[in-house]
Design a protein around this ligand. Sequence first.
Ligand SMILES: [Zn+2]
Length: 254
Amino acid sequence: MLRSEKNVLCIEAHPDDAEFLCAGTLALLRERGWQVHIASVTPGDCGTVQYSREEISRIRKGEAARAAAILDGQYHCLESDDAFILYDRPTLLKAIAVVRKVRPTIVLTLSPSDYMVDHETASRLAQTACFCCGVVNIATPGAEPFEPIPHLYYTDAVEGKDKFGEAIRPSMVVDITGAMATKEKMLCCHESQRDWLLKHHGMDEYVAMMQRLGAERGKMGSVSFAEGFRQHLGHAFPQDNILRKELGTLVHTF
Ligand SMILES: [Zn+2]
């Protein structure tokens, strides 16, 4: 079965990763008629010092759904636990199932090299889920296989560096200056995380952190704010840059 054309899916580890790393690009695609889906592998059940895992999971899934709703988008959760995102059969089947349900043309996921293993594992899960979405001998009840393999892009790593502190240079940046207000509004839906940092840092570090990386990447395209990406160009994946086709001069390649 073939997919519908204008669906974009972000596969992240935690409920607020998308807002930090690619919500601006999602907002620009939404403006151009794309349907947005955001899936986190965990509900962010360790992102608290005051709630139980069940309570914070419920709170954070609600926050993520409200953020996605700003783009008329849908939020999905694969229900792994924080710090325990495993590259195993059950998790992979859930990742393949969400890709098959959404039938995306574009998938955005985290950097394969990042500051924590949850991020790196979510990235690997997304890669295999894209590769296997059309493999009919992998059964995902209720979610039919489809072809072709989606265009896959990796976002920046957190703070733009790997675990050795080396800068990870994106191969393209998307000028999100016009979508920055929407991105900030989405990020601020994650009130539990913002309040937590406010308490610990005494400043709005949550929003400031997102703005810093945006401004840093903006310099690469000589614009105010940008998001960086690398495209997965391995065997069998689409080789054309669909983000550039859709977003035109907002995309700067290197
Ligand atoms: Zn994260």
